[in-house]
Write a protein that binds this ligand. Structure first.
Ligand code: FAD
Length: 805
């Protein structure tokens, strides 16, 4: 075994081997993989091997597409067949909500150019003659889906990896990982040690134990998953083409052909966690005892949908452990807060995604940035709240619901409440209907007296619609408080702080004490990394605020880029500071009454910050907000939040001050055309493509400048536009195709209903020739085209008179 390598990959399952194959293929000649047993001996060897384009995330669908592309060419490249069969697949719907969900997939998949179509029950019956279509209303059909033999596929990639020079060490167990003072990693195994620049944790079921070796706790637990292979079925033998895979999500089952028979798989209501305190190191290639009673309902459901199963005996029942994370998606990418330690674990559909993620993660490691936006699977999307206990509770809810309808507005109750603001009880008393964001309970809206404290999940306008409208109108006419305690907050200080921040953002860091500036951080290619607002406290102190869900991601980027000479200090204030946003035309009057000090326009102009006593609490008040009204972000010591809130509410009583939720904020930010992180601001776009191109200052050096200059010279390929959409009862959400004369020219980045302007709004990227206001386009919503007119943004208060009032 080598003692030095560029990268050490821990784990020889489908994921680790695919990564080794891709890194070696793309030119790294010192790739080492370490496997404690045989290749595939974790979850991989017993997987059903279903591969599919289907995924709720646009970018993960791209990962799946890449996988299938790779599987199809593996045999030609390596001489070893991965056992790929193109069978096609159908996802059925038996109710209107499911049909809406399929509509979302249809539209989103069309953005990716996938071959996908709606099929009627009759057509489903023709594609799969063994199905009973009773109760079905339609299905989605992907003709290019299929299945692969997981072990053969992994072995084919292993062969490819070795051919390209990677070293695959079997029967070698990683026992400890240390980081040397040089930053290099020392990976200790029972066969000797390896010094390397990068470590990748692809240890599947054991990934939590490997994470512990470097001091990390990751949310990944194993659940026993079962599928049943039936005895030979004559109706299958007699066919000369393979049957498509069918997923009947409303019955929580899937069925695919295996040789002369069928495999029925299921996500039963009572998923059994397996070895929830950690998988023993000596477990390998062993099936679990299937609990037939526990899956009896799914077997019955299978027989109802495919009657032939009722007449056929079981040939083999496979039960094996699969890793699950709180939302069922894997943990990939740089591990916060470490340098050069990557996660590639937590996979529950790791066969489908193996090929694609091997490709994309290899690129991420080699180039420092991912080729596509992998935020959906980024391990940093979870914070410290997502610990073992949280995951344990969450998974009990997630597993049985893996096939449940995906709704964009659904917030499940499991493992909540978790993080709460000190004013949580006040919010509850005001009928808050909460969502959870990065573990924080945040009111989405406040239900009227007597209404359900529950937002009906839907792809259409929900029962919250009217109330959200009332909250927006209230904010527009009076004043409201939004709890944004969850913001990520970082204090940057030291003699080098200003220069360093100027290097980190394309914008000029504010030059005067008390000034605030929108300061996006970019990646080296010039694309958006983070949405940051900087307040200059004084020459050596800066208060930086970024999106709450991006906390680990953004702070990781900052930490990795800190100078080593100690001239810049980094302090995380997220959990020590709360934030209440006071906004609306009456907000000034409320503030004036609540504080000691002059808050007139002259003393406290727009886009500046002041220290003010709100009641008895010293607060840092930023005169700006995300809703486009006159308003203030009031940052305060978290333990004094109740006192700040009470002072504001007491002062606001005569001005009808009320609490306002996240949904209203989102509606109002759309009307203002403000960009949202990971919607408009993702790794595919630079500020030059957006209305905040003015934040780019090319007369200085900053990370991403070279990419920006290159794009400026070449011309932007796309431009962000706002559109008013003739939506009916479902507004655009993002990932909707944008069409011109029936031809797809772009994709929405976000959308929703703007209650203050009374219009359905979408933002999206299109080629520059389609950006003139008045241009008539179409936006496809749930599979239907809707007229969309390009408008000049912002739609609400274009001159920003209200904010500056
Ligand atoms: C019954 C069943 C059906 C499934 N069906 C499908 C399906 O149809 N489609 C699909 O996409 N997915 C399916 N899956 C899920 C799929 O199998 C997994 O998502 C995938 O195999 C995960 O691969 P992996 O490489 O991450 O992990 P694993 O396959 O678990 O590999 C991890 C490897 O790391 C090694 N390792 C761990 N710790 C160390 C250490 N300290 N030192 C050295 N080596 C170490 C282990 O020995 C193991 O070989 C199924 C799983 C099961 C059980």
């Amino acid at each position: 075994m080598k003692t030095n390598a560029r990268v050490a990959i821990i784990g020889g399952g489908a994921i680790g081997v695919s990564l080794a194959y891709h890194l070696a293929k793309y030119g790294w000649d010192d790739v080492v993989l370490i496997e404690k047993h045989e290749l595939t001996s974790g979850s991989t060897w017993m997987a059903a091997g279903n591969c599919s384009f289907y995924h709720s995330s646009y970018y993960c669908t791209q990962v799946n597409m890449k996988s299938i592309e790779i599987f199809k060419q593996l045999e030609e490249e390596t001489g070893q067949s991965p056992g790929w069969h193109t069978t096609g697949s159908i996802r059925t719907a038996d109710n209107p909500d499911r049909l809406d969900e399929l509509g979302y997939y249809y539209s989103m998949n069309r953005c990716l150019g996938l071959d996908v179509s709606f099929v009627s029950p009759e057509e489903i019956g023709k594609l799969h003659p063994l199905i009973d279509t009773a109760g079905l209303v339609a299905g989605l059909y992907w003709p290019d889906d299929g299945d692969v033999d997981p072990a053969s596929m992994t072995q084919a990639m292993a062969k490819g990896a070795r051919n390209y020079g990677a070293e695959l060490n079997l029967h070698t167990q990683v026992t400890a990982i240390e980081q040397k003072p040089s930053g290099e990693w020392l990976v200790k195994t029972d066969k000797g040690d390896i010094t390397c620049e990068f470590v990748v944790n692809a240890a599947g079921l054991w990934a939590p134990e490997v994470s512990k070796m470097v001091g990390l706790e990751i949310p990944s637990i194993a659940i026993a998953h079962t599928h049943i292979l039936y005895e030979t079925i004559n109706a299958v033998v007699e066919r000369d083409t393979m049957l498509p895979l069918v997923r009947d999500p409303d019955r929580s089952i899937y069925l695919r052909q295996e040789m002369d028979s069928l495999i029925l798989g299921m996500y039963e209501a009572n998923g059994q966690q397996w070895k929830k305190h950690g998988v023993p190191w000596d477990y390998a290639q062993e099936e679990l005892n299937p609990d037939i009673d526990n899956i009896a309902d799914c077997i019955e459901a299978g027989i109802e949908r495919f009657p032939v199963l009722g007449e056929t005996g079981f040939k083999h029942v496979t039960a094996g452990p699969i890793t699950y994370t709180p939302n069922g998606d894997p943990l990939v990418g740089p591990a916060y807060p470490l340098r050069n330690f990557f996660q590639a674990c937590g996979y529950s559909f790791g066969i489908t995604q193996a090929g694609g993620i091997g490709h994309y993660l290899a690129g991420w490691i080699m180039n420092g940035e991912p080729e596509i936006d992998l935020w959906h699977v980024d391990s940093r999307r979870f914070g410290s709240y997502a610990n073992w206990a949280y995951n344990h509770e969450k998974i009990a809810d997630t597993y049985p619901r893996l096939y449940s309808i995906f709704f964009p507005n659904e917030f499940r109750d499991a493992a909540r409440p978790n993080r709460t603001s000190p004013i949580y009880e006040y919010q509850k008393a005001a009928n808050a209907v909460f969502g959870d964001y990065f573990g924080w309970e945040c009111p989405n809206y406040f239900a009227p007296e007597g209404a359900d404290l529950y937002e009906q999940p839907s792809w259409r306008r929900s029962n919250a619609f009217e109330q959200v409208g009332r909250e927006c109108t209230h904010m527009m006419n009076h004043a409201g408080i939004i709890d944004l305690t969850r913001f990520a907050k970082t204090w940057i200080s030291g003699p080098g702080a200003r220069d360093w921040l100027n290097h980190m953002t394309c914008q000029n860091v504010p030059g005067k004490d008390g000034q605030i500036a929108l300061c996006p951080m970019l990646d080296p290619n010039g694309n958006f990394k983070s949405d940051m607002t900087i307040t200059r406290i004084d020459a050596d102190n800066y208060f930086c605020v970024t999106a709450s869900v991006g906390k680990c991601h953004d702070q990781h980027w900052m930490l990795l880029n800190l100078p080593e000479d100690g001239s810049v200090q980094f302090e995380d204030l997220t959990y020590r500071m709360g934030c209440l946003v006071l906004a609306g035309p009456k907000s000034h009057a409320v503030l004036e009454k609540a504080v000691y000090g002059d808050v007139s326009n002259a003393a406290f102009p727009f886009s500046t910050c002041r220290e003010l006593y709100v009641g008895r609490t010293k607060c840092r008040v930023n005169r700006m907000n995300y809703v486009g009204e006159l308003g203030y972000e009031i940052f305060h010591p978290i333990e004094q939040q109740t006192s700040v809130y009470e002072a504001l509410m007491a002062a606001g009583q005569e001005f009808d001050l009320q609490m306002v939720g996240m949904h209203a904020m989102d509606s109002m930010r759309l009307e203002k055309g403000y960009l949202a992180w990971k919607s408009e601001m993702n790794v595919h776009h630079t500020p030059l493509e957006t209305p905040i191109a003015w934040t780019v200052k090319l007369d200085k050096d900053f990370i991403g400048k070279a990419g920006i200059v290159k794009q400026k010279e070449a011309g932007v390929p796309l431009q962000l536009v706002g559109m008013v959409v003739e939506a009916k009862d479902s507004d655009p959400w993002g990932y909707n195709p944008i069409l011109k004369d029936g031809e797809r020219i772009g994709m929405t980045s976000s959308g929703g209903y703007g209650h203050r302007v009374g219009k359905s709004i979408a933002m999206g990227y299109v080629p520059p020739e389609h950006t003139a206001p008045g241009t008539v386009l179409e936006v496809e919503i749930l599979g239907r085209s809707r007229k969309a007119e390009v408008v000049s943004m912002p739609l609400y208060d274009p001159a920003n008179e209200k904010m500056k009032a």
